[in-house]
Design a protein around this ligand. Structure first.
Ligand SMILES: NC(=O)C1=CN([C@@H]2O[C@H](COP(=O)(O)OP(=O)(O)OC[C@H]3O[C@@H](n4cnc5c(N)ncnc54)[C@H](OP(=O)(O)O)[C@@H]3O)[C@@H](O)[C@H]2O)C=CC1
Ligand SMILES: O=C1CO[C@H](CO)[C@@H](O)[C@@H]1O
Length: 349
């Protein structure tokens, strides 16, 4: 089988996990890594001697032996570097949030179309054996028409990130774009059969009086076409990492949970229960799930898309929708009013 060659830009906490995932994936090579500081470059050289390490990502983009470039950078750098990747004629795997505003998202969608390159966004949780089983049961009609989705996360505070970027509102955008963005993506995914998200009403608060913009507690209600609704709620003031999904439909309901010492543990606990309105059954989930596992599946998914034309799980269109929902939620937090979600006139694929 042809080997798909990856370049990686960003070798921080999550970039290292991407590098591991690329190394662990069959028929995929990690050809080059672009890091930043000398310390990060040295860490990359030590851990991945098989890859060539550069301190300027533009050198990586000049190579003609790279098929896919994986961008795992602080969020304010996503648009600029991703645009350079697409203009260099490479396929792109871009971490979430796709960009910090919708104009930048639209620019990347246009560049991907212009250069006929793949654009995938890192909503890897869609590949989870647990969360995708929920989707499968909905699609099979087990709960009838889905009407209500709850996605809840209670976790420990965010990491600072290199040079503190995650706690700097200009570089992170807002904290809804950090983790709740995955859950807005879930809400839209699970309710795909009923229609598009229309409006969001949200509220949030901070533990730090001198940093009201860094909001630890966040809750939102999203209304969809056809009357369905989703609740996305998160606190960063909890211990460990505990996530719940509940979906209720006209005939039945689902309850899934995932818990671990932290988000990227390799030893989580998880379950899925389903009711058809009469009885409750436990649905076995055989395959291990957690963001580090899904990362490996995401790399394999990209390679299969490049090699065999297989579909992407989350496209740039999905990435844009997620950013649009988060930005509307941030605006609602600010104004105290419901806000219409910008659909960009994109089809809900
Ligand atoms: N999908 C998911 O589940 C997750 C997604 N993410 C996303 O991944 C991205 C990265 O997060 P994370 O790894 O936690 O952040 P980190 O701060 O840990 O890492 C960012 C890295 O980017 C490097 N960097 C900065 N500028 C450049 C540049 N010009 N060229 C190359 N490298 C550069 C920094 O290098 P140096 O330190 O040397 O300056 C640092 O190592 C974010 O967008 C985040 O939202 C994160 C976690 C999970
Ligand atoms: O899923 C995630 C885990 O937490 C990180 C923050 O610490 C987020 O950036 C990320 O999206």
């Amino acid at each position: 089988m042809a080997v798909t060659k990856f370049g990686l830009i960003g070798f921080g906490a999550w970039g290292k996990c991407h590098a591991e995932a690329i190394r662990n994936t069959a028929d995929v090579d990690l050809v080059a890594i672009a890091a930043n500081s000398e310390a990060s470059c040295q860490a990359a050289r030590d851990a991945f001697p098989e890859a060539s390490v550069v301190a300027d990502y533009r050198e990586l983009l000049k190579r003609d032996d790279i098929d896919v470039v994986d961008v795992v950078l602080p969020s304010h750098l996503h648009h600029r570097v991703a645009a350079d990747v697409l203009n260099a004629g490479k396929h792109l795997l871009l971490e979430k949030p796709m960009c910090l505003n919708l104009a930048e998202c639209d620019d990347l969608l246009q560049l991907a179309a212009k250069h006929k390159r793949l654009l995938a966004v890192g909503h890897e949780l869609r590949l989870s054996s647990l969360w995708s089983r929920v989707k499968q049961l909905i699609d099979e009609g087990f709960i009838g028409t889905p009407q209500y989705v709850l996605v809840e996360l209670s976790r420990n505070p965010y990491r600072q990130g290199s040079d503190g970027w995650r706690y700097d509102i200009d570089r992170v955008g807002n904290w809804i774009l950090e983790e709740p963005i995955h859950f807005f993506d879930f809400a839209r995914w699970y309710l795909q059969s009923v229609g598009d998200p229309q409006t969001v009403f949200a509220s949030a608060n901070s533990r730090q009086p001198n940093h009201p913009e860094l909001q630890d507690n966040f809750s939102a209600i999203v209304k969809f076409d056809g009357g369905a609704q989703a609740v996305v709620t998160q606190t960063l003031s909890m211990f460990e990492h505990h996530q719940t999904v509940k979906v209720a439909g006209t005939k039945g309901s689902l309850w899934a949970g995932w818990s671990g010492a932290m988000d990227r543990t390799r030893h989580p606990h998880f379950f899925l229960k389903a009711s058809d309105g009469q009885s409750v059954k436990e649905i076995p989930i055989e395959k291990m799930t957690g963001e580090v596992f899904e990362l490996e599946d995401q790399i394999a998914m990209l390679a299969a898309a490049v090699r065999d034309g297989k579909p992407l799980t989350t496209t740039g269109v999905d990435g844009r929708w997620s950013v649009a929902m988060c930005l509307a939620a941030a605006e609602s937090v600010q104004s105290g009013l419901p806000v219409v979600i910008d659909n960009g006139n994109q089809p809900n694929d």
